[in-house]
Ligand binder design. Structure first.
Ligand code: PAF
Length: 288
């Protein structure tokens, strides 16, 4: 496995690999866990070669967010990626990525407006800008993103569609700890007591999903189940707990189309996100 630190080097390496067939790309901010590694495994399975980037992107952090303390574990990350059979890792410095940055950004559309977009102004602009730039540097045939950040997934999907970026996107399912906690690089901030509160997120999704399977299709009722379960687990603050249209992420009255439950809650000093897909309700229109 090669470690590439320059933009020119990453572009050359990708071009070499493309001559031999498909190239899968997994963009990351490092601090890798089983969630990232499942995306790497999916790319390894589907594509002839696999590239991974490790770059903690300053553009997507707000002024009061955790850019400085974001975990950086490059040696361990490179070990995991080498063992997984990755062809090359692009790990540029901030200087390398920002040398050519004169104020051009990708401004995502309405799908970025609510939820994380509202709470983290500029976050998705930073994500969309760096993802497009990474896809220019590593013009892979395929790129892999986790479901864990579902709104990010929709922002990237919409950008790729709107700007006609020639890449096939894939969404990998959220990987969970054995107790249900969604894997996240930020989980390492959780104290043991935070950890048990954090389980509220996956339990809330499970309870609402069960209710939906029992026939509840009013989003107000499902959202109440989400909030009650989070409160039972004593999360410190609920940012949002909503059931929305899976495509435009707009609020729904009923689950009368494919939907997604989106959760953001604070536990201690850590903000946690989770989500769960809900199929269109089979019996919508009937009284429940
Ligand atoms: O999901 C992440 O790790 C980041 O937002 C990404 C996609 C690598 C862009 O910096």
């Amino acid at each position: 496995m090669e470690l590439v630190e320059t933009i020119v080097g990453a572009r050359d390496r990708t071009r070499d690999l493309l001559r031999r067939g498909s190239v899968g790309f997994v963009p990351t901010m490092g601090a890798l866990h089983a969630g990232h590694m499942s995306l790497v495994a999916a790319s390894r399975k589907n594509c002839r070669a696999t590239a991974v980037s490790i770059f903690v992107n300053p553009l997507q952090f707000g002024p009061s967010e955790d850019l400085q303390r974001y975990p950086r574990t490059i040696d361990a990350d490179l070990g995991l990626l080498r063992d997984a059979g990755v062809d090359f890792v692009f790990a540029p410095s901030v200087d390398e990525m920002e040398r050519a940055a004169n104020g051009t950004f990708v401004e995502p559309g309405p799908v970025a407006r609510r939820w994380e977009g509202e709470r983290r102004p500029g976050h998705f602009r930073g994500v969309a800008t760096v993802v497009l730039k990474l896809l220019q540097i590593i013009p892979a045939t395929d790129a892999y993103f986790g479901q864990k950040d579902f709104q990010q997934w929709r922002v990237v999907q919409t950008m790729v569609e709107d700007l006609q970026v020639p890449v096939q996107l894939h969404m990998g399912p959220t990987v969970r700890e054995s107790d249900g906690l969604a894997m996240s690089s930020r989980n390492r901030y959780l104290s043991p007591s935070d950890r048990s509160k954090a389980l509220g997120l996956s339990r809330a999704l499970a309870n609402a999903r069960q209710a939906s399977q029992r026939g509840v299709c009013a989003t107000e009722q499902l959202e109440q189940i989400l909030r009650e379960t989070l409160a039972e687990h004593r999360v410190d603050a609920i940012d949002y707990a909503v059931v929305v249209d899976r495509s435009d992420l707009e609020p729904l009255i009923q689950v009368d189309r494919p939907a997604v439950m989106l959760l953001a809650a604070r536990v201690g000093t850590t903000r946690l996100l989770d989500n769960g897909l809900l199929p269109q309700h089979a019996e919508v229109g009937h009284e429940h």
